[in-house]
Design a protein around this ligand. Structure first.
Ligand SMILES: Cc1cc2nc3c(=O)[nH]c(=O)nc-3n(C[C@H](O)[C@H](O)[C@H](O)COP(=O)(O)OP(=O)(O)OC[C@H]3O[C@@H](n4cnc5c(N)ncnc54)[C@H](O)[C@@H]3O)c2cc1C
Ligand SMILES: C=Cc1c2[nH]c(c1C)Cc1[nH]c(c(CCC(=O)O)c1C)Cc1[nH]c(c(C)c1CCC(=O)O)Cc1[nH]c(c(C)c1C=C)C2
Length: 449
């Protein structure tokens, strides 16, 4: 018997889509999922099992949204280098061809530290300019985080493993560098490969995925689903756990916790001090997500969007040009442009103060001013929505791998009937959190593919 407990009134967590009555879709959390690799295939296998194939909106590698990503540096948009030309020639804002950094990388000695910040790792292997501009921006565009604090070993394990196993990122990319989960691509995942998908969404927004999962589970009758059911306190008993909710107690042999680490830490018995402390040490950042809609086609460039390095503007992380990869989410009547401005992250407090005191008006004004300055859009948006996503992305700071290893070995040593899943441990993407749940369930059942 499986019981699912969710504290809020809806399932899906950060997968959160607004469907306007005229058919337009706006994402307040993730907007694109990568199909590639075993973790990507695993999600597509689930999508197919749920019968959502016809809802898929694929974006291929040849699409303009896959080819063009921009950086906003020195008050200008610069297309990120791509293709052979982008590697061989000097492409601003960089002062020398990437090929030089790549060629030298093969000769750089292997690092000796057990972990290193993403910024320090890339500075050492590829040079400071790439770390300051490209990697600083990348960490903002995935973790909303600071590359000088984030761990390369936990945030980009393939880079860390490439250096460890092959002595070089270039060789690691050419030769492969480490084990991957064993997942067999089903027909939909195979189609994504044949058709070269770079990312995908769903016609009614990504929230349709958790909605389809919960509908399927409810119909199967094999899982009890509870909304508005906050886990308040966990007590270990002779036969397993007693889970205390606001209005009752549930018994369980085993808990797979996909709660944010801090929520789990405050529910655990105080005798598990080691575990509580490690969970509390996993910090999170807040991101202000501002969806904007403009009448007509107003973008000066076409692409996925642009990122802003922290040296240019600490609080403004980037802008996604949603209507370019997913025009199907536009309202069917009349041409419009949908953008999402993301702000704050690791710099939220410094730039905006506490999330409790900042107003939606201030965030909306900051977002529309950025669109005006970066993209030259002088028109006002015809529709907007501000979502303050508190503590939405965990930060895998230096030593994160040790923290996770130590928690799992504490659980094992003390024979605790507990598994850790979700974005706080082994990866923050939608694919990562889905596979983390699967791994936990398979560990419990003693199965595994
Ligand atoms: C703005 C933004 C953009 C993103 N973009 C992308 C993207 O483009 N692609 C991508 O792959 N990923 C993206 N991500 C990352 C990805 O969406 C998340 O990391 C992932 O959805 C987290 O899933 P989760 O289930 O681990 O956590 P959550 O979604 O946080 O789910 C945890 C659930 O636990 C519930 N809960 C909390 N406390 C309790 C309690 N005490 N009792 C019971 N329930 C509780 C919460 O209500 C919530 O529903 C983005 C994230 C954000 C915030
Ligand atoms: C500007 C802030 C953010 C943007 N997206 C996110 C933030 C914080 C969150 C996010 N984006 C991606 C992931 C999943 C990573 C994965 O492993 O699949 C998450 C959690 C996808 C992503 N977005 C960008 C990159 C380079 C990636 C990695 C995968 C891929 O290459 O597609 C770049 C990017 N993100 C944002 C913008 C404006 C942008 C670049 C133009 C928004």
């Amino acid at each position: 018997q499986v019981i699912l407990l969710e504290s809020s009134a809806r399932y899906g967590g950060w997968l959160w889509s607004t469907r306007r009555s005229d058919g337009a879709v706006f994402e307040h959390g993730p907007r694109g999922i990568r199909p590639a690799g075993p973790v990507g295939w695993n999600t597509l296998n689930i999508v197919a099992d749920l019968g959502l194939e016809n809802e898929i909106l694929p974006v291929t590698y040849s699409h303009v949204a896959s080819k063009n990503r921009y950086l906003y540096v020195n008050d200008q948009l610069h297309k990120m280098p791509s293709g052979i030309g982008g590697v061989v020639w000097t492409v601003p804002p960089f002062s020398r061809p990437l090929l030089l950094s790549i060629a030298k990388e093969i000769l750089v000695k292997k690092g000796t530290e057990e972990d290193e910040s993403v910024h320090s790792f890339v500075s050492r292997r590829l040079g400071k300019e790439l770390a300051d501009i490209a990697i600083d921006s990348l960490c903002r565009g995935v973790f909303a985080g600071d590359s000088r604090k984030l761990s390369v070993r936990s945030c980009f394990p393939f880079l860390y493993n490439a250096e460890q196993h092959r002595g070089s990122l270039v060789l690691g990319m050419l030769l492969g560098s480490g084990p991957t989960p064993n997942v067999i691509p089903g027909p939909l995942a195979q189609r994504s490969r044949t058709e070269s998908w770079a990312q995908w969404s769903l016609r009614r927004g990504l929230e349709s995925l958790p909605q389809a999962i919960t509908d399927f589970l409810a119909q199967s009758g094999r899982v009890e689903l509870h909304r508005d059911a906050t886990v308040k306190q966990l007590c270990l008993s002779a036969s397993g756990w007693e889970i205390h909710l606001e209005d009752g107690v549930i018994s369980a042999d085993h808990i797979i916790s996909a709660l944010p680490a801090k929520a789990l830490s405050s529910a655990l018995p105080s005798s598990f001090q080691h575990l509580i402390q490690q969970l509390q040490d996993i910090s999170t950042v807040t991101v202000a997500v501002v969806n904007l809609e403009y009448e007509g086609s107003i973008l000066p460039v076409m692409g996925f969007g642009h990122l802003v390095p922290s040296s240019e503007d600490r609080g403004l992380l980037g802008v996604v040009y949603d209507s370019v990869p997913f025009p199907q989410h536009n309202a069917p009547n009349g041409e419009s442009t949908r953008l999402t401005v993301m702000m704050g992250g690791a710099w939220f407090q410094e730039v905006f103060g506490t999330p409790e005191t900042i107003t939606e008006e201030c965030l909306l004004a900051t977002a529309t001013e950025a669109v005006q300055r970066h993209l030259g859009v002088t028109a006002s948006p015809c529709w907007s929505r501000v979502a303050l996503q508190k503590d939405c992305i965990p930060q895998y700071h230096l030593g994160h791998w040790q923290r996770v290893e130590s928690m799992r070995s504490y659980i094992k040593k003390n024979l605790l009937p507990l598994s850790l899943a979700g974005s706080c441990y082994d990866g923050v993407s939608v694919n990562d959190v889905i596979i983390s749940g699967r791994t936990a369930a398979e560990g419990l059942l003693g199965t595994g593919v």
